[in-house]
Design a protein around this ligand. Structure first.
Ligand SMILES: [Zn+2]
Length: 119
């Protein structure tokens, strides 16, 4: 049985949008080399990738590799060094940094009421 408790429906028009552990999601299919799950909402019938809205969406690397890349970057390790240590191309590292930064900005805008100005 798949643990879907951390997922929620991503359709903004769905009455169950954003409700986690609500029992409305199932896994009708998997795709790709990492067997990424397709989630289906029984309330609105929407289907979406479990990676949608994350830096992993559209990623060809395994989740473990992406997490390894971002963990190195968070520790302040440079792009080239990270690429060497994890065993990926440096352009790949740059791409994931950008994807993760973009997502962090969205979360910030959504979750933080007042953003101090950046002089
Ligand atoms: Zn839904």
């Amino acid at each position: 049985m798949d643990d879907l408790s951390r997922f929620c429906c991503l359709n903004p028009d769905c009455p169950d949008h954003g409700k986690r552990n609500h029992g409305n999601l199932t896994v009708p299919a998997r795709y790709g080399p990492n067997q990424t799950r397709v989630l289906r909402c029984s309330t609105c019938k929407a289907r979406f990738s479990e990676r949608k809205g994350t830096p992993l969406y559209g990623a060809r690397l395994s989740a473990e590799k992406v997490v390894a890349v971002l963990n190195h970057v968070v520790e302040g390790i440079g792009t080239r060094k990270t690429a060497r240590l994890v065993g990926v191309n440096k352009d790949t590292v740059t791409r994931y940094i950008r994807a993760a930064g973009e997502q962090a900005r969205h979360h910030h805008d959504e979750l933080v009421a007042l953003s101090p100005s950046d002089p």
